[in-house]
Write a protein that binds this ligand. Structure first.
Ligand code: IPM
Ligand code: SF4
Length: 468
């Protein structure tokens, strides 16, 4: 037995093809996810060089950012989006990669589709031209976002040039309070480490509170690793992971599955493995979280207040707070629960899975969206939508006054018709609250699905625990 290794070390070392003197490595990539935004130039580059996709069977593409979430029977109205999606249709056809077109039941946000299909597996390397590829780390998959020129490199060679990351451990121990979800955990972590806290690291999430999360919850946590600056997030695979994967269309079957499980069981970090940075959080300290500003680290407990520039010591931070307050149209010292909202968005690769919709429906049931609020629920994939409808969740939402949409990225970012008007304030289950993220001049408050419903029905940010 050699020195104890982390989960990250094990996956990394088993994928290195070549190492240069300066530490730069060539690593093998097991799986490649593709969407319409970051792939057109990559496919064009291949074509111009007269190259083929090296492993079409290891590549899965799906349109998600530019698809409309209303009636799709007449195609895509906006020209830019139509070209983008048509280009992916054509590239998929020409190269023979796996493809779920817009009207396929399996279409959805790429990070929801991968796990659903069993394309995402423990111990593998996975990339996508998308920063939230970190989501897949919930399975013990080394998954990270890459740029378009790297997408081309992976399509052509199934390898990638990368420097190894440092190991960071975020340990959340103890029981979560009722009403506190994976989203609150991840927001609390980012609030603690800051958006640069994970720079240069792969974060491994561990501790009893992380283990207690469902696979959906673990995906929510890993999804936002990138918002904490990390290259990727990882959670050790366990029985829940194996159970989730078993029987999925692209997962190994029968004896191959059993064999895979034996290997997956060897992946968790060894006792005594070295981490370059360790952060410990007590689950009991976490209550529902909301962002007030324009960075995901601008997070406060829902019973808190909007901060003042003078709360920060650093002059740079003071300026940033002042600017955020102005953009968000907020006054320092306001109770978070007194912030009135106009729109609610439930969806995205952070919180658009079945469990998120179930949690939202529990609060929505028998209640009504406030008169001045417009709210929508956007399932993360066609399969999530189908499952939700089989459980009658859509009826609960429609009855309460929510819109029930087709799957896609939707209002997580304004690349399709779903967007905020200037000055509109939105309670959103997505992952980014940057200026203009949900539409020019739009104001975003990030929170959990249950908290989003609480805001929808009361018309202002509200501690969901008060609704019971
Ligand atoms: C469009 C895409 C490249 C982008 C990303 O990389 O994350 C998007 O998904 C986002 O969430 O901002
Ligand atoms: S849902 Fe949002 S965060 Fe996720 S891939 Fe789409 S745009 Fe990016």
């Amino acid at each position: 037995m050699g020195a104890p290794k982390t989960l990250f070390d094990k996956i990394w070392e088993s994928h290195v093809v070549d190492t240069q003197d300066d530490g730069t490595c060539l690593i093998y990539i097991d799986r490649h996810l593709v969407h319409e935004v970051t792939s057109p130039q990559a496919f064009e580059g291949l074509r111009n060089a007269g190259r083929k996709v090296r492993h079409p069977e290891l590549t899965l593409a799906v349109p998600d950012h530019n698809v409309p979430t209303t009636d799709r029977s007449e195609g895509i109205k906006e020209e830019d989006s139509r070209i983008q999606v048509n280009t992916l249709d054509q590239n998929a056809k020409d190269t023979g990669i796996h493809y779920f077109p817009m009207n396929d039941l399996r279409q959805g946000i790429v990070h929801i589709v991968g796990p659903e299909e069993g394309f995402t597996l423990p111990g593998i390397t996975m990339v996508c031209g998308d920063s939230h590829t970190s989501t897949h780390g919930a399975f013990g998959t080394l998954a990270f976002g890459i740029g378009t020129s790297e997408v081309e490199h992976v399509l052509a060679t199934q390898t990638l040039v990368q420097k190894p990351a440092k190991n960071m451990l975020v340990k959340v121990e103890g029981d979560l309070h009722p009403g506190v979800t994976a989203k609150d955990v991840t927001l609390a972590i980012i609030g603690r480490i800051g958006t640069a806290g994970g720079t240069g690291y792969v974060i491994e999430y561990a501790g009893s509170a992380i283990r207690s999360l469902s696979m959906e919850g673990r995906m929510t946590v890993c999804n936002m690793s990138i918002e904490g600056g990390a290259r990727a997030g990882l959670i050790a695979p366990d029985e829940k992971t194996f159970e989730y994967i078993k029987g999925r269309p692209m997962a190994p079957k029968g004896a191959a599955f059993e064999q895979a499980v034996e290997y997956w069981k060897t992946l968790p970090s060894d006792e005594g493995a070295h981490y370059d940075k360790i952060v410990e959080i007590d689950a009991a300290d976490i209550i529902p979280q909301v962002t007030w500003g324009t960075s995901p680290e601008d997070v406060v407990p829902v019973n808190g207040k909007v901060p003042a520039p003078s709360d920060a010591k650093d002059p740079g931070k003071q300026k940033a707070i002042a600017r955020s307050l102005e953009y968000m149209g907020l006054t320092a010292g306001t109770n978070i629960e007194d912030i009135r909202i106009d729109r609610v968005f439930i969806g995205s690769c952070t919180n658009g899975r079945i469990e998120d919709l179930r949690a939202a429906a529990v609060i929505a049931k028998g209640r009504k969206v406030a008169d001045h609020v417009s709210a929508m629920v956007v399932p993360g994939s066609g399969l999530v939508k189908e499952q939700a409808e089989a459980e009658g969740l859509h009826e609960i939402f429609l009855e309460a006054g929510f819109e029930w949409r087709e799957p896609g990225c939707s209002m997580c970012l304004a690349m399709n018709p779903d967007r905020l008007e200037p000055g509109e304030r939105c309670a959103s289950t997505s992952n980014r609250n940057f200026e203009g993220r949900q539409g020019r001049g739009g104001r975003t408050h990030l929170l959990s699905p249950a908290m989003a419903v609480a805001a929808a029905v009361t018309g202002h940010l509200t501690d969901v625990r008060k609704l019971g």
